[in-house]
Design a protein around this ligand. Structure first.
Ligand code: 6PG
Length: 471
């Protein structure tokens, strides 16, 4: 028999996505070299699904209807190239290969060109939502060849998450746009996770809240305007018991954060394209800092911490931390989206921001109620360069910024590290300041290197023989 789709790589993510596709009425064949995974695939399939697993690439490719539509779910980097090298000789003109992993967008661009020489369509596609998302409805960010996109579109719309009846998938733009958008999604994910962890730290150290109380706070936050996947799972994390000690699992987890690179790529990209995303940078740096556990222990003995002065009104403090967190999350999205605006111009991706926030409303890790507001804003003004410039958003921001200042003041006075929250405030203050002190930087550059400067009162480029007052 012939199958509508093929999936290469049927580990946890691949298998779940495969079942999702099959459950939506598309027949699909899976390929993996690991026989165990093929067995798992068969065992987990329901009788309504038309699925098959094989460890023969030839058998796999010839079982697919043409033009073939093959999805790759293999680790980013060399494994993707290795798979492509192996299947290329077996494919024919017009076949579509979709990389659904977290590939680096520059690799995707290279692969698009490479496969195009053989008449093959290569699409980069971001998939977010973890295991459960893959199985029951992820947010899907496809990009690349438009014709290829249209031929897989009905399937993507069927398997993706739904918000108000709308599918959380849309065309993200040309070439590697899908992977680029997913990369930025992950950068924002890093920032939000960092900010949540800082709020947690402020509440536990600043206000002495225990895990049960933290659960209540996060529950309230999730039931309100901060409703989102990451706040929701954080709420639940505070309740998880540890089977070894019987206490809370969170308290037994070592404070060293791992990462697979997407956050770092986002920061590198922002430097490359000249976009300020300091909160995402801070989130990456904080994970790095956390990994120096041994040095931190040494330093904590050398530099004793300031004694924490508890806030007078705990309820007010909790509310302010909540408002600070909400605003900081908003500004993390802002920074990420501003990178998309610039990258879209720079690389000619033509990324539709309105669709980006639309499909992030459901299925993905950074889904939140706030994105519904963003969607309204971008629907009215799809070309907004920075969402902070919108009047409705400005109203929200204005109502929270004092809390962000007070929360940061508390953190600074009491020696609680808040790289994320502090960069949000500094970004906001710089972005909303008409007159920055960089006139001085320009003067210094011209002083020591004749780098020239512009004037406020005249057009043109100027250079001055600066005088050393020592002489
Ligand atoms: C998603 C996640 C997913 C993965 C991250 C984790 O959208 O479903 O972003 O892609 O969990 O890659 O990244 P780190 O291991 O770098 O934290």
């Amino acid at each position: 028999s012939t199958y509508n789709y093929g999936m290469i790589g049927i580990g946890v993510m691949g298998r779940n996505l495969l079942y999702n596709i099959a459950e939506n009425g598309f027949s699909i064949a899976g390929f993996d070299l690991d026989k165990q995974k093929i067995n798992d695939l068969k065992e987990g399939a329901t009788s309504e699904m038309t699925v098959q697993g094989t460890d023969s690439l030839e058998e796999f490719v010839s079982s697919l209807e043409t033009p073939r539509k093959i999805i790759l779910m293999v680790p980013a980097g060399k494994p993707v190239d290795a798979v492509l090298e192996n299947i290329k000789p077996l494919l024919s003109k017009g076949d579509i290969v979709i990389d659904a992993g977290n590939s680096y967008f520059k690799d995707t661009n290279r692969r698009v060109s490479d496969l195009a020489t053989q008449g093959l369509h290569f699409m980069g596609m971001g998939v977010s939502g973890g295991e459960k998302g893959a199985r029951f409805g992820p947010s899907i960010m496809p990009g690349g060849d438009l014709e290829a996109f249209h031929s897989v579109r009905p399937m993507l719309e069927a398997i993706s998450a739904k918000v108000n009846g709308e599918s959380c998938t849309a065309y993200m733009g040309k070439d590697a746009a899908g992977h680029y958008v997913k990369m930025v999604h992950n950068g924002i994910e890093y920032a939000i996770m960092q900010l949540i962890s800082e709020a947690y730290d402020l509440l536990r150290k600043g206000a002495n809240l225990n895990n049960d109380q933290l659960y209540e706070v996060f529950k309230k936050w999730n039931d309100g305007e901060m409703n989102s996947f990451l706040i929701e799972i954080t709420r639940d994390i505070f309740q998880q018991k540890d089977s070894i000690t019987g206490g809370f699992l969170l308290d037994q987890i070592l404070d060293k954060a791992g990462s697979k690179g997407t956050g770092k790529w986002t920061s590198e990209e922002a430097l490359e394209t000249g976009v300020a995303i300091p909160t995402i940078d801070a989130a990456v740096a904080s994970r790095t800092l956390s990994s120096y556990k041994e040095e931190r222990i040494q330093a904590s003995k050398l530099y004793t911490k300031v004694e924490i002065t508890k806030p007078e009104d705990i309820d007010l403090f909790i509310q302010e931390v909540g408002d600070a967190l909400f605003l900081s999350i908003l500004i993390s999205y802002t920074q990420g989206l501003s990178l998309l605006v610039k990258a879209s111009e720079e690389y000619g991706f033509q990324i539709p921001l309105k669709d980006v926030v639309k499909i992030w409303r459901g299925g993905c890790i950074i889904r939140s109620s706030l994105l519904e507001k963003f969607y309204e804003v971008y629907t009215e003004d799809p070309n907004l360069s920075n969402i902070l410039l919108n009047n409705k958003i400005a109203e929200i921001v204005k109502s929270k910024v004092t809390s962000l200042r007070k929360t940061n003041a508390f953190a600074v006075t009491n020696g609680i590290a808040t790289l994320g929250l502090q960069t949000v405030l500094a970004y906001f203050d710089a972005y909303t300041t008409e007159s920055l002190p960089v006139n001085l930087i320009q003067a210094q550059r011209d002083y020591f290197g004749a780098h020239t400067y512009q004037r406020k009162d005249q057009e043109g480029i100027f250079h001055t023989q600066w005088e050393n007052t020592n002489n």
